[in-house]
Write a protein that binds this ligand. Structure first.
Ligand code: AVJ
Length: 325
């Protein structure tokens, strides 16, 4: 039975995480303000991100999708069509479907911190591939994750596992974090496992900036949605018209940075605490690292993964790599 006192709980968004409050308060409290990029992806943020992938300037998704179409058969020839597929992050549906077309009867294991986000993706894939066994695992893939016992590579009876990490999501991480994650993935999947990973290449800054500051303003909405989320979930009073989206190329670190820039001096509260920002001051909200072809293979190698195949498009914009533990 629910009493009126329970009512506010029901309005709590799915996967509400007390870490959001902690990250925002500490991120706004310091001198150089920053909030981890993972908080951009609430329900609205995830929807806006889907719209970004359709923007004409945002080349990564369509380029990676074409690479997957061209090379999935190759991948599966090496891993075997029975290799369990372990996806890090819950199915970015279309890309996952392209791969699974070639292995419709295998086991699919999406790993995501949010079980609720996985449900929809799994239902869709289940309808599409009736022979597919789907075993979602709730967990943080920045650490070793315990897989269902039937999918472990180290079990010699079972086929080798194929890890899948598309989208150049690795680019969100700093070098040391990316290394830790690759090592954790190796522990999760076991020796002999395969990893199919997408990574974006460094290129002319103008094209990169356009991809992260599209003319239609979709990426701007995506970034500014973080402020809306803070206002809603953390009782914030941040003036939305006091900020603008900023995408800059950091040449030294070879990354696009997204920031929210204050357009004037602003003062606001979050979770009952006061904050002030000066005109021009920014909140750093995301890093998107871009790699050289050799840099990708070096990063994978340092994380315990030997590159077996390295595919790119004709313009050399994006890489799809198949590596082995
Ligand atoms: C989902 C992390 C791969 O870095 O390109 C796109 C996120 N941010 N536009 C990327 C993003 C702004 C995207 N990843």
């Amino acid at each position: 039975a629910t009493s009126p006192l329970d009512a506010p709980r029901q309005s709590r968004p799915p996967c509400f995480d007390p870490a959001f409050r902690a990250d925002v308060l500490s991120g706004l409290g310091g001198r150089a303000k920053s909030i981890p990029a993972r908080w951009l992806y609430d329900e609205t943020g995830s929807e806006i991100f889907e719209a970004i992938t359709q923007a004409p300037e945002y080349y990564p998704t369509r380029t990676e999708t074409a690479l997957l179409r061209a090379h999935s058969a190759d991948v599966v020839r090496q891993s075997g069509a029975d290799a369990p597929v372990v996806e890090f992050g819950s199915g970015s549906s279309l890309k996952t479907r392209i791969l699974l077309e070639h292995m419709p009867k295998t086991t699919y294991v999406p790993i995501d911190i949010c079980g609720e986000f996985m449900d929809a993706a799994c239902a869709e894939l289940g309808a599409r591939f009736p022979g597919l066994e789907i075993l979602p695992v709730e967990g943080d893939f920045m650490q070793e994750v315990a897989l269902p016992s039937c999918v472990k590579s180290s079990d010699r009876e079972s086929p080798e596992v194929l890890g899948f990490f598309p989208g150049s999501t690795i680019g969100n991480l700093l070098h040391a974090e990316a290394l830790d994650m690759l090592r954790a993935m190796r522990r999760t999947l076991g020796e002999g496992a395969w990893l199919l990973i997408g990574m974006d290449r460094a290129k002319e800054p103008d094209r990169l900036i356009a991809a992260y500051d599209d003319a239609q303003g979709v990426t701007a909405r995506f970034n500014l949605n973080l402020l809306t989320r803070i206002n809603r979930e953390l009782e914030g009073s941040i003036p939305l018209d006091g900020f603008r989206h900023l995408a800059l190329w950091n040449e030294e670190r070879s990354r696009i940075e997204m920031h929210l820039e204050a357009l004037r001096d602003v003062r606001f509260e979050v979770a009952g605490r006061p904050f002030t920002m000066g005109h021009g001051e920014t909140i750093h909200t995301e890093n998107c690292h871009k790699y050289t072809p050799q840099g990708m293979e070096d990063l994978l190698a340092a994380g315990g993964w030997a590159t077996q195949c390295h595919w790119s498009d004709a313009d050399g914009d994006y890489s799809l790599l198949l590596a082995r533990a």
